[in-house]
Design a protein around this ligand. Structure first.
Ligand SMILES: Nc1ncnc2c1ncn2[C@@H]1O[C@H](COP(=O)(O)OP(=O)(O)OP(=O)(O)O)[C@@H](O)[C@H]1O
Length: 327
C-alpha cells in the first residue's frame, strides 16, 4: 500500500473578535479591538493509505471541516504540511480538484432544475472528461448507484436519498482517486442510509477509491470505515482500527438471557443484573473479568435457559464516552 494523504503537525488558527455577553457586551464587542486566537486544528498528523475508508470524527467544533478545507486547498494552514496525492493542496488546487471528488451532504453540486444527466454532461465538460469515457462512467456509476431510472429527472423532484446517490455519482465522473464525503447520510431515512452505506463500500471495492468520511452518524462509520480518526478541540485523540477501538474501550458486554420460568433475585457476581423483565434478565460484565462462556455455563448450570444473546458495546457508546472524556 502507498500513502495517498499525508498530514504532519497541521495547524489552523483563526483570529476572532472577543465577544462580550449582554446588551452592553454587544456594544463593547462592536467597538472593541480585542481579538482571541482559536486553535481550530492544533498539530494534527495522520497518513491515509490508498484504498482505505477512514472515518473522520469529532464533536461539533472539533476541527473536522477546517481539516477538510485545508486538504482541498480552500484554507491555508497556519503551520505543518499536507500532501494529497503528491500535491500541496493550496499550491496546486486546480490540479488537485481533478484527482479528488467531494460530496457535502448539506450542499449540492448539481443544477437544481436540470435533468441530472445534463448536470453530469456539464460536469464532464468542466473536468474535461473525454466524451466516450464520460458515457462509460455515467453508465457504470448509474448502475452502481441505482440511478439509471432517474437520470432524466431534475434534482428538485428527487427524494433526498436519490439526490445523494446522484451527488456521489457526479463526484466520481472524473475518476478521482480520493472521495471526501461530508455528512452524506444527513436527513436520510434508515433504508436510504443502509443503501448508501453499501454503495460507498461498493465504490471503494470496485473503483479502489480512497474514502474519507466525515459524519456524526456512527452507524455509518460502523458499517463502512475500517479505520477511525477522532479529533477533539483541534487535536487528534484517536487513530486506529474500528476493531481496536472496540477491543480497547468496549470491555463491557451485555448478556441477554431468557429463562424457562420467572425467577427471583439472581446473583452471578461479578456480572451485574441491569434489567429483569418477566423471564428475561440482562447481565452486564467486563470481558476482562469474566468470559461469556463462564457466565453462560454458570447460568445454565442453575437455570433452564430458552435463549441467549450477547451484545457488544456499541461504537456509538464508546465514541460518546470518548467525547465526554469518560474513557
Ligand atoms: N472561518 C472561521 N473563522 C473563525 N473561526 C472559525 C472559522 N471556521 C471555523 N472556526 C472555528 O474553528 C473551530 C473548528 O471548527 P470546524 O468547523 O472545523 O469544526 P467541525 O468539527 O467541522 O464542527 P461541526 O461538526 O459542527 O461541523 C470552531 O471553534 C469554529 O468556531
Amino acid at each position: 500500500m502507498s500513502t495517498i494523504i499525508s498530514v504532519k503537525e497541521l495547524r489552523k488558527q483563526f483570529k476572532v473578535r472577543k465577544r462580550y455577553n449582554g446588551f452592553m457586551g454587544s456594544l463593547k464587542t462592536l467597538l472593541s479591538r480585542e481579538y482571541k486566537i482559536i486553535n481550530a486544528v492544533d498539530g494534527v498528523s495522520f497518513e491515509i493509505e490508498k484504498g482505505e475508508i477512514v472515518g473522520y470524527l469529532g464533536p461539533n467544533g472539533a476541527g473536522k471541516s477546517t481539516t477538510i478545507k485545508m486538504l482541498i486547498g480552500i484554507l491555508y494552514p497556519s503551520g505543518g504540511s499536507i500532501l494529497v496525492n503528491g500535491m500541496v493542496p493550496f499550491e496546486e488546487r486546480r490540479e488537485l480538484m481533478r484527482r479528488v471528488g467531494i460530496v457535502f451532504g448539506q450542499r449540492s453540486q448539481l443544477w437544481w432544475d436540470l435533468p441530472v444527466i445534463d448536470s453530469f454532461n456539464l460536469l464532464g465538460k468542466i473536468y474535461s472528461v473525454p466524451t466516450d469515457r464520460l458515457k462509460r462512467n455515467i453508465d457504470f456509476l448509474s448502475g452502481l448507484l441505482e440511478i439509471e431510472g432517474i437520470l432524466e429527472i431534475p434534482i428538485h423532484q428527487m427524494s433526498l436519498g436519490q439526490r445523494m446517490r446522484c451527488e456521489i455519482a457526479a463526484s466520481l465522473l472524473h475518476e478521482p482517486e480520493i472521495l471526501l464525503l461530508d455528512e452524506p447520510s444527513i436527513g436520510l431515512d434508515v433504508v436510504a442510509k443502509e443503501k448508501l452505506r453499501s454503495m460507498i463500500k461498493a465504490i471503494n471495492a470496485e473503483c479502489k477509491t480512497t474514502i474519507l468520511l466525515t459524519t456524526h452518524d456512527l452507524a455509518d462509520v460502523e458499517a463502512v470505515c475500517s479505520r477511525i480518526l477522532i479529533i477533539d478541540k483541534g487535536k487528534l485523540i484517536y487513530d486506529g482500527t474500528q476493531d481496536e477501538i472496540k477491543r480497547r474501550y468496549g470491555k463491557i458486554r451485555t448478556l441477554e438471557v431468557e429463562l424457562a420460568e420467572t425467577v427471583g433475585n439472581v446473583d452471578f457476581n461479578p456480572a451485574k443484573v441491569v434489567k429483569q423483565e418477566g423471564r428475561k434478565i440482562w447481565f452486564e460484565f467486563n470481558r476482562e473479568e469474566l468470559s461469556a462462556a463462564d457466565l453462560i455455563a454458570r447460568i445454565t448450570g442453575q437455570y433452564e435457559v430458552k435463549d441467549l444473546t450477547i451484545h457488544e458495546t456499541r461504537l456509538e457508546t464508546i465514541i460518546s464516552d470518548i467525547y465526554k472524556g469518560a474513557i
